[in-house]
Design a binder for this molecule. Structure first.
Ligand SMILES: Cc1cc2nc3c(=O)[nH]c(=O)nc-3n(C[C@H](O)[C@H](O)[C@H](O)COP(=O)(O)OP(=O)(O)OC[C@H]3O[C@@H](n4cnc5c(N)ncnc54)[C@H](O)[C@@H]3O)c2cc1C
Length: 386
């Protein structure tokens, strides 16, 4: 069996490692000209399942590199209002215990996933389309082609494999814009960070359909401001340059607690993005071409599970392809399972985004009251957030 993977992202590289370790002939084709072309980017949250999947698939040296690159595990997740009044504090793990959750810079994670696959990854090869028959032929933008037993599209949100395989599979605008900022403090991060976020990330819920995600990573802090587009001046972030985005973030938080305003103000790198999501696709007949990760189920970042779901796909597909099943049967079993949990993750992320951006003043007060009730009844809180 020869497996072609388009896209050297988190999902594609994980699958390549798993197959390579199992002795399968695998080749990854990546559009970027070299690993240096990958943006340094933000840290991502790896949940317990993602952490387990990475440890079980990677060779020992890469596991050691992964462990060394992970930040301090978060212990709590806090919800506060824009005046920094506590709404709910969720304990992810008791003091002194390891929560099993990790955070790692996505660039570093890719670097780790790339090591050990050096001769299996081809850079500067942008997949353009494919042809299916007794085998599959992948065609590239540079006019070249290669044949394999199966093709896996792991090219992220703008996947050409998805566009050809499932032309009806759409992505829709959620009507929410995001502005992110990175803050490198001059002193210890704790001086800049509101104490609610000292032991883990959290969310500031603000009136008018806005919220601010805050997380600290050893030597820097990040924030992500989300807002319903209809509540923004000029109808959204459009193609504002970083300076204008920063001014807009300051404007949107002008009435918030001074510590939060200070945090927003102190950002040195600011960028913006519109938040889109996949819509569930009804089952399709399995063949020699499949898709994984954001290529099929991209979702808002509200729950921090997109990459974890891509890892789950890659782990499952790898297991099926190396189980002795015929390739198309292995893909059929993978797709059936993936559609269920993948689109459930999309739904949960869209719902979490909606719940965190309540514009109606009465509904906003009610949701804050509900969080306070949960906070006051630990048994209920633990059940809801388990
Ligand atoms: C602000 C933000 C925060 C996030 N935080 C988290 C988090 O905390 N936890 C989490 O689990 N998820 C998070 N996510 C989601 C996560 O980043 C994605 O779900 C994850 O990267 C998807 O992995 P992937 O392998 O499917 O695709 P990607 O990582 O996007 O990789 C796709 C690869 O394919 C390549 N490619 C594209 N087109 C082609 C082509 N035609 N031919 C060949 N190669 C191609 C690209 O260059 C890229 O290398 C976040 C997302 C955002 C936007």
């Amino acid at each position: 069996m020869r497996v072609l993977i388009a896209g050297a992202g988190i999902g594609g590289l994980y699958l390549a490692h798993g197959l390579h370790r199992a002795g399968v002939d695998v080749e990854v084709f990546e559009r970027a000209a070299s690993p240096d072309a990958f943006a340094a980017g933000y840290r991502i949250h790896i949940d317990r399942d993602g952490d387990r999947a990475l440890r079980s698939c990677l060779p020992p040296r890469q596991v050691a590199d992964y462990e060394a690159a992970c930040g301090r595990p978060p212990r709590t997740f806090a919800f506060v209002d824009e005046r920094l009044r506590e709404l709910l504090a969720v304990e992810i793990a008791p003091a002194g215990a390891d929560s099993g959750h990790r955070s790692i810079n996505r660039y570093r994670l890719r670097e780790i996933l790339l090591s050990g696959l050096d001769d299996r990854v081809r850079f500067g090869r942008e997949l353009a389309g494919f042809e299916q028959g007794d085998d599959v032929t992948a065609r590239f933008a540079d006019g070249s082609a290669t044949a394999g037993t199966i093709l896996v599209g792991a090219e992220g949100t703008h996947s050409p494999t998805r566009a050809q395989l499932l032309p009806h599979a759409g992505r829709v605008d959620t009507g929410v814009d995001g502005i992110t900022g990175r803050v490198v403090p001059h002193g210890p991060p704790a001086e800049l960070l509101p104490s609610a976020f000292a032991d883990g990330p959290g969310l500031v819920l603000a009136p008018g359909g806005r919220n601010l995600f805050v997380a600290t990573h050893e030597d820097y802090l990040v924030w992500g401001l989300s807002a319903r587009r209809e509540s923004l001046p000029a109808g959204g972030i459009g193609d504002l340059v970083p300076d204008r985005l920063h001014s807009l973030a300051r404007e949107l938080t002008a009435r918030w607690h001074p510590r939060l305003r200070h945090l927003v103000d102190a950002a040195s790198e600011v960028s913006g993005f519109t938040i889109k999501t996949s819509v569930p696709v009804p089952p399709w007949p399995a063949g020699r071409v499949t898709v994984l990760g954001d290529a099929i189920h991209s979702m808002p970042p509200s729950r921090g599970i997109g990459a974890n779901t891509a890892l789950r796909d890659a782990e499952l597909l790898c297991r099926n392809l190396t189980s002795g099943m015929a390739p198309v049967a292995a893909i059929a079993a993978y797709e059936q399972e993936m559609r269920a949990y993948g689109f459930a993750a999309v739904k949960a992320s869209v719902q979490a985004q909606r719940q965190g951006l309540v514009a109606n003043p009465l509904a906003f007060s009610a949701s804050k009251a509900a969080l306070r009730v949960l906070n006051a009844v630990p048994v209920l809180r633990d059940r809801v957030f388990r």
